[in-house]
Design a protein around this ligand. Structure first.
Ligand code: AMP
Ligand code: TRP
Length: 328
């Protein structure tokens, strides 16, 4: 039997090339070898306030982005989290074996609480239990591998801890999943501040290249991208800005790293940025055309059959969990 993969992204904000290079690109590459399940995690999305009038639209648009990136519904299961109620149900059971202390240590929770003003009295409980819902997503499908960016690694470790704890205390119900973090591209940094990751929730849109950005916007953002001192175009941990830009070039052009360095030897930032913009634009153009192609009707059928397939698997896991805990 093929090993199982599960991953997901939130329908909040616009996806950027960091999401693509850190996650989506690998989802697509793994499809032929693994049994893949890709979820639009709309229950996670509401841990921060969303506009109810546009949230459903954004959820469907994210499904189009998955498909345009190359997720093939003939091979992989694509569905919306809220269509499979087992996610919320297992979250409850797992939250009963989760500890306040371990959730308080999650850096994403601490960051998001800080961003919201750092007031514990006002921080949402959903932000706190977010990783438990993520654990439920993964564990429901007896997942072997979880392709994610670096920022989600801690959540995956918690998922493993919860699975091990449940298996130990109630009997084997879950496969212990492993993270799949790409060797390059797991952390694409902001163009405006190479010390920060490229992030959907960044107030400064100049730091991110969104998958739906138009050519002139891309050119402008790359031209204005922060660079380091020094002139040569190379991968150098001491020069994070150029390393980040060159990594984007390397991953989107497919040119091996050493060839990239060779290619830009003797050239200046101006030439490099021009070529980088071209590579990004040429990559995104056909991608954006594909996004436009999907009609909502086709999407509806894909998501419905995805949810049915997902429920088949999730239902079995939840039934076992309810049996083992004496709930049923
Ligand atoms: P999210 O946007 O938080 O739903 O994230 C979707 C996926 O993109 C997750 O697997 C993240 O780890 C990944 N991701 C988010 N930001 C970046 C980034 N700047 N570089 C690489 N991967 C990222
Ligand atoms: N927390 C992930 C993120 O923000 C999204 C996510 C939710 C996820 N459930 C998941 C990723 C399960 C992988 C597996 O990026």
């Amino acid at each position: 039997m093929r090993k199982r993969i599960f991953s997901g992204a939130q329908p909040t904000g616009e996806l950027h090339i960091g999401n693509y290079l850190g996650a989506l690109k690998n989802w697509v590459a793994l499809q032929n070898e693994y049994d893949c399940i890709y979820c639009i995690v709309n229950l996670h999305g509401i841990t921060l306030p969303q506009d109810p009038l546009t949230y459903r639209r954004k959820t469907l648009d994210l499904a189009k982005i998955y498909l345009a990136a190359g997720v093939d519904p003939a091979h992989s299961t694509v569905f919306i989290q809220s269509d499979v109620p087992e996610h919320a149900e297992l979250t409850w059971v797992l939250s009963c074996i989760s500890r306040m202390g371990e959730l308080e240590r999650m850096t994403q929770f601490k960051d998001k609480m800080q961003k919201g003003g750092g007031n514990r009295e006002r921080a949402g409980v959903g932000l706190f239990t977010y990783p438990v819902l993520m654990a439920a997503d993964i564990l429901l499908y007896q997942t072997d591998l979880v392709p994610i960016g670096q920022d989600q690694k801690q959540h995956l470790e918690l998922t493993r801890d919860l699975a091990e704890r449940f298996n130990r205390d109630f009997g084997e119900a879950f496969v212990i999943p492993e993270a799949f973090i790409p060797p390059v591209g797991a952390k694409i940094q902001s163009l405006a501040d190479p010390a920060k990751k490229m992030s959907k929730s960044d107030e400064n849109a100049a730091g991110s290249i969104f998958l739906l950005d138009k050519a002139d916007t891309i050119t402008k953002k790359i031209k204005r991208a922060v660079t380091d001192s020094g002139t040569d175009i190379s991968f150098d941990p001491a020069r994070p800005a150029i390393t980040n830009l060159l990594t984007i070039y390397h991953l989107l052009s497919g040119m091996p790293k050493d060839e990239c360095v060779e290619h830009f030897r003797g050239k200046g930032y101006g030439d490099f940025k021009g070529e980088l913009a071209e590579v990004v634009i040429e990559f995104l153009r056909p991608f954006q055309e594909r996004v436009e192609q999907y009609a909502d009707d086709d999407l509806g059928a894909i998501l419905k059959s995805g949810a049915e397939k997902a429920r088949g698997i999730a239902g079995e896991t939840l039934a076992a969990v309810y049996r083992k805990t004496g709930i049923k």
